[in-house]
Ligand binder design. Structure first.
Ligand SMILES: [Zn+2]
Length: 97
């Protein structure tokens, strides 16, 4: 494992923990229909929903906006698992320090 891989893994783990802390609800996924759409309220900044089944996701200021963003993305082939951590994480980490 290279140093870069270790940093990536650290960020991915930090993001996973952040989401676990921020978890608020499970909803029906607008794309696959399963009750697998996990929703989060990330550090009071925005709402995020991610389907654990098909991978679609959406982000918005409110819960409804996040769900709508996911609905609008139906058919675009989004998969949050292809991006192990979001770009804002670095910024969050700096703020926490
Ligand atoms: Zn789904």
């Amino acid at each position: 494992m290279t140093a870069n891989d270790e940093i990536k893994k650290m960020l991915a783990d930090a993001w996973k923990a952040e989401k676990e802390r921020s978890f608020i609800d499970i909803a029906d996924c607008p794309q696959c229909g399963w009750s697998e759409l996990h929703t989060y309220y990330i550090t009071g900044r925005y709402h995020l929903c991610e389907c654990q089944d098909c991978g679609i996701f959406g982000k918005g200021a409110t819960y409804d906006e996040a769900i709508k963003a996911a609905s609008d993305a139906i058919g675009e082939g989004l998969d949050w698992r292809e991006q192990p951590y979001p770009f804002h994480l670095k910024r969050l980490r700096d703020m926490d320090d």
